[in-house]
Design a protein around this ligand. Structure first.
Ligand code: ADP
Ligand code: GN1
Ligand code: MG
Length: 365
């Protein structure tokens, strides 16, 4: 383990024992390590993360939000007879009783209890599993129904403001910072067709048809930990972007990530299909938990949430490709471009199956 990491781990109030740490998980944003402390009484595990300061320019505000959200959720979970240490994230204190440390190079590091006996998957293997993750994200939204949104910082401004994301793409095109513009003519032409449609959700919100809620905003399937055996949702994680948002954002981003038949960075676009079975399964789980609080228009706009979250994510990948891969972690050449292409293909598939998606939601009611 490198000396810098050792020093950071040493600032947290951990039990006595020898320590090991290794990179962990498939997140695109933070640097995540799994830490193991070998104590006399057995191993204790933790998650150590460097919060990405390019993505989160005010990382202390991220911690402040997480402190408030996890304290709130912890109380609800305890009241319902659950185990807060397993069903929500627990920040580990430093020796000076803070929930983060700033390293010598100015980066913010935090530590969580490792949630044992769980798995996190990138794509669901069964409809049952995806339905259970729908229940977990639906329950999360329902639990935060009474949380006061005004105490939260906006950790990423305009995170799911799809028109603003469209404008950021236009800006990336105009600047052509990485000199990759010629390579992406078709993708840009695709996005241009949606210049008006990107406003749909926010227009409905401004018209008073659908309310702002407290939402997770990053409901990718691997951001919920599932019981390793039963597949039941145990804990919604990655709380960095819990902020005011629309129900359609959380529903939509899960469909984007879990109802596709291919990996987010699949190069063979023929493999990218929309699974209506997965769509239905997630919708059932999500609406069973969160549905009672949603109005009819919110429900009707859920397929639009799926389409716009997928388009938006594609535009963000494309903009990052044009900007020179500064935001999302990349592991190969043109990685963000490959990701953008899968998202745009999935948008097309959703349009092909639009009536079926609308019907599934209407039937669940
Ligand atoms: P990123 O913002 O980079 O996606 P995440 O907070 O989602 O970072 O963490 C990356 C991965 O690490 C998750 O997808 C999950 O697999 C794992 N992980 C994160 N927190 C925990 C935890 N408390 N217990 C167990 N695994 C975790
Ligand atoms: C990022 O942090 P992670 O890997 O769970 C991103 C999401 C994108 C997703 C695409 C803070 O999620 O918005 O939808 O990648 N998170 C942030 O895979 O930008
Ligand atoms: Mg994540």
């Amino acid at each position: 383990m490198d000396g810098k990491i050792q020093k950071i781990i040493g600032t947290f109030a951990l039990p006595e024992g020898s320590v090991e740490a290794a990179p962990y998980g498939n997140g695109h944003i933070n640097d995540t390590l799994r830490v193991i402390v070998h104590t006399d009484k057995g191993d204790k595990r933790y998650i150590l993360q460097r919060v990405n300061s390019y993505v989160f320019p005010k990382p202390v505000e991220v911690i402040e939000n997480i402190e408030k959200v996890t304290a709130y959720l912890g109380e609800i979970i305890a009241r319902e007879g659950g185990d807060p240490a397993r069903e929500t994230l627990t920040l580990v204190e430093t020796k000076d009783k803070k929930h983060y440390v700033i390293s010598e190079d100015g980066e913010l590091w935090r530590m969580y209890l490792f949630i044992e006996g769980t798995k996190s998957v990138d794509l669901p293997d069964t409809t049952e599993l995806f339905k259970l993750s729908g229940s977990a994200f639906g329950k999360f939204q329902q639990q935060l129904g009474g949380f006061d949104a005004s105490v939260l910082h906006e950790t990423i401004v305009d995170f799911h403001n799809t028109p603003a994301r469209y404008a950021q793409l236009e800006d990336a095109i105009a600047r052509n910072e990485a000199g990759r513009l010629e390579q992406v003519t078709e993708e840009i032409a695709f996005c241009k067709k949606y210049e008006r449609e990107v406003h749909t959700l926010l227009d409905a919100m401004h018209a008073g048809e659908i309310p702002m809620r407290v939402t997770h905003n990053d409901t990718k399937l691997n951001n919920v930990l599932l019981d390793a055996e039963s597949g039941e949702g145990v804990c919604v994680i990655d709380l960095d972007t819990v902020m005011p948002g629309l129900a359609a954002y959380d529903f939509g981003d899960s469909i984007r990530s879990g109802a596709s038949t291919a990996a987010e960075d699949e190069r063979d676009l023929d493999k990218v299909q929309l699974s209506l079975e997965m769509f239905k399964a997630f919708a059932e789980g999500f609406l069973e938990e969160a549905g009672a609080a949603l109005n009819a228009r919110e429900k009707e706009l859920l397929p639009m949430g799926a389409k716009l979250m997928t388009l938006e994510c594609g535009m963000r990948f494309l903009a990052d490709h044009l900007n020179g891969d500064k935001y999302f972690k990349v592991h190969r050449q043109n990685h963000n471009l490959d990701r953008a292409r899968t998202q745009f293909t999935l948008v097309r598939r959703m349009e092909e199956h639009w009536d079926e998606m609308m019907e599934i939601i209407a039937k669940i009611g």
